[in-house]
Design a protein around this ligand. Structure first.
Ligand code: SAM
Length: 172
């Protein structure tokens, strides 16, 4: 299984990004997301999408995200522009994922040094600054080698039927 942990959250600024980390984790094959909770809950949108478009996908919140890294029994992958190139370490991480759960950690603001030290892998999706949503999407797609694109969804209320043009959504 793959869990995504989103550290930090700047009130006001990171609202949609936090939701997008959750939605991207869900759409691209992770099993669960853990969000930092600083008093306000942000799980509703993600759970609402899972109710409508299917799962399984779990949303959790924690007031102490760093503790989740320390307690994690598996391989911790921290996505950071300072890390080793994803293309150099992806095969090793895929091998590890065959036997061990993976925790993918992404940041929002400055990530504490502990996280770099605790992670088995600090991984860069390029060494250029960009976004937690983009790095998560590329990393998950590399980890699953594209298989996540063909995933079947369970208990969906609605299903998009792909169209060359136009929108079709069937109630299931
Ligand atoms: N300035 C922050 C720092 O020094 O840690 C990072 C801010 S960045 C907007 C937010 C998050 O996006 C990072 O914590 C990291 O998880 C992810 N990120 C940004 N660029 C990345 C890259 N090139 N490769 C991997 N992850 C990246």
């Amino acid at each position: 299984p793959v869990t995504v942990l989103r550290l930090g959250h700047r009130p006001g600024r990171d609202e949609r990004m936090t939701t997008h980390v959750g939605l991207t984790a869900r759409a691209l094959g992770a099993d669960r997301v853990v969000l930092a909770n600083d008093g306000a809950s942000r799980r509703d949108t993600i759970e609402d999408i899972t109710d409508r478009f299917g799962g399984p996908f779990a949303v959790e919140e924690t007031e102490r995200p760093i503790d989740r890294i320390e307690a994690f029994d598996g391989v911790v992958v921290h996505l950071t522009m300072y890390g080793l190139p994803v293309q150099d370490v992806e095969a090793e991480i895929r091998d590890a994922h065959e036997t061990d759960p993976v925790l993918v950690v992404v940041g929002a603001e400055k990530v504490p040094w502990d996280v770099y030290e605790h992670a088995e892998y600090n991984v860069g999706v390029t060494n250029q600054p960009h976004s937690e949503v983009a790095s998560l999407a590329v990393f998950l797609d590399r980890l699953f080698e594209g298989a996540e694109l063909d995933r079947e969804w369970e208990d969906a209320e609605r299903r998009v039927v792909p169209q060359e043009a136009g929108k079709r959504v069937d109630e299931t």
